[in-house]
Design a protein around this ligand. Structure first.
Ligand code: HEC
Length: 273
C-alpha cells in the first residue's frame, strides 16, 4: 500500500495528470491531426484535453489508482521485511565502499506515484489512441462524409483534363505553415530552390504563384500548381525534361497537404519583386 494518505493523494493526482497528458498526446497524435498539424487546433487540444481528462480522470484515474494499489500490494508481499532491508543496505554499503564508483538505484515508496503514472500514461495513451482511431475524424473545418476513410482513396485526386477547377475548389483550407514544412519533408527542397533564378533539378519557386498564372492559358495559378505537383509531365517547363520531377505525389500527398502546399506557395512566393 501507499503508506499514508499523503502519498495516496500524490499517486492519485499523478494518475490524473498522466491521464490528462495522455489524453492530449493521444488526441494530438490521432489521425485527425495527420500527425503534423498538432498545434493548429490548439483550442481543440485544450478543450478536448480538459473534457477527456475530466471524464477519464474520474473513471480512468480511479481504476488506475485501485489497480496500482493492488499491484503494489502484490509486489510488496514479496519484498523483504524492514530488518532484511536493513541487512541488505548494510551489505550494499560495504560493497559500495569497495566499489565507490558504482551507482545504485533504489525504488522507494515515494517513487511509486511516478511508476503508477507512467503505467497510467501508457494505458491511457493506448486506450485513447484506439478509441480515437475508431471514430471517423472530421478534417479541420469540414465534416468527413460518413463511412469515408483516410486511405489511399483519400490521397490527392489525379484529375482528367479540365477537372482541376473542381478539384482545387474542393480542397480544404490550406495551412501555409504546414505547407512550408512539407516543402522540406516531401522532398521538394531537394529539387527546387526558393532563390531568384537558382536552378537545381527543377526551376526555382521564386515568384512561382505569378509565374503559374501565366503558364497555361485558361488555368488559374492554383489549378496549374496542383497539376504540376500531381501530374508533373502534363506541362513541362521550358528548358527542363519530362520525368525528372518525382511522379508519385498524387499517391502520397493528401488533399489537405496539397492545400497546405498551395497555400504556402501563395503566401510565400506571390508578388515577389
Ligand atoms: C526529383 C526532383 C523534383 C522533386 C523532388 C520535386 N520537383 Fe517539382 N519539378 C522538378 C522538375 C525537373 C520540374 C520541371 C519539369 C516539369 O515541369 O515537370 C519541376 C516542376 C515543378 C513545378 C512547375 C514549376 C513551374 O515553374 O512551372 C512545380 C509547381 C513543382 N515542380 C512543384 C513541386 C513540389 C511542390 C514538390 C514537392 C512536393 C516538387 N515539385 C518536387 C523536379 C522536382
Amino acid at each position: 500500500m501507499m503508506g499514508s494518505t499523503g502519498s495516496k493523494l500524490r499517486a492519485f493526482t499523478a494518475a490524473i495528470a498522466a491521464t490528462l497528458v495522455a489524453a492530449n498526446a493521444a488526441w494530438a497524435a490521432s489521425p485527425a491531426q495527420g500527425g503534423s498539424a498538432v498545434f493548429d487546433n490548439l483550442i481543440f487540444v485544450v478543450i478536448g484535453g480538459v473534457l477527456m481528462a475530466l471524464l477519464a480522470s474520474v473513471a480512468g484515474g480511479v481504476v488506475i489508482a485501485v489497480l496500482a494499489n493492488s499491484v503494489s500490494r502484490f509486489f510488496r508481499r514479496n519484498l523483504p521485511t524492514d530488518e532484511e532491508m536493513a541487512e541488505l543496505r548494510a551489505e550494499l554499503r560495504e560493497v559500495d565502499q569497495r566499489r565507490p564508483r558504482q551507482i545504485r538505484i533504489e525504488i522507494t515508496p515515494s517513487a511509486e506515484p511516478f511508476v503508477f503514472s507512467a503505467i497510467g500514461f501508457v494505458a491511457c495513451f493506448i486506450i485513447f489512441s484506439l478509441a480515437l482511431s475508431a471514430v471517423p475524424q472530421p478534417v479541420r473545418g469540414e465534416a468527413m462524409p460518413h463511412g469515408e476513410e483516410a486511405k489511399p482513396a483519400e490521397s490527392a485526386a489525379l484529375p482528367k483534363e479540365g477537372d482541376f477547377g473542381k478539384i482545387t475548389d474542393g480542397l480544404p483550407k490550406g495551412d501555409p505553415e504546414n505547407g512550408a514544412k512539407l516543402f522540406n519533408t516531401a522532398g521538394c527542397v531537394g529539387c527546387h530552390s526558393q532563390k531568384k533564378g537558382e536552378r537545381l533539378v527543377g526551376p526555382s519557386f521564386y515568384n512561382l504563384w505569378n509565374i503559374a498564372e501565366t503558364r497555361v492559358p485558361g488555368m488559374s495559378a492554383r489549378e496549374y500548381l496542383y497539376q504540376s505537383i500531381v501530374d508533373p509531365n502534363a506541362y513541362i517547363v521550358e528548358g527542363y525534361q519530362a520525368g525528372l520531377m518525382q511522379q508519385n505525389y498524387a499517391a502520397i500527398l493528401s488533399p489537405q497537404q496539397m492545400a497546405d502546399i498551395l497555400a504556402w506557395i501563395e503566401a510565400r512566393h506571390k508578388d515577389e519583386p
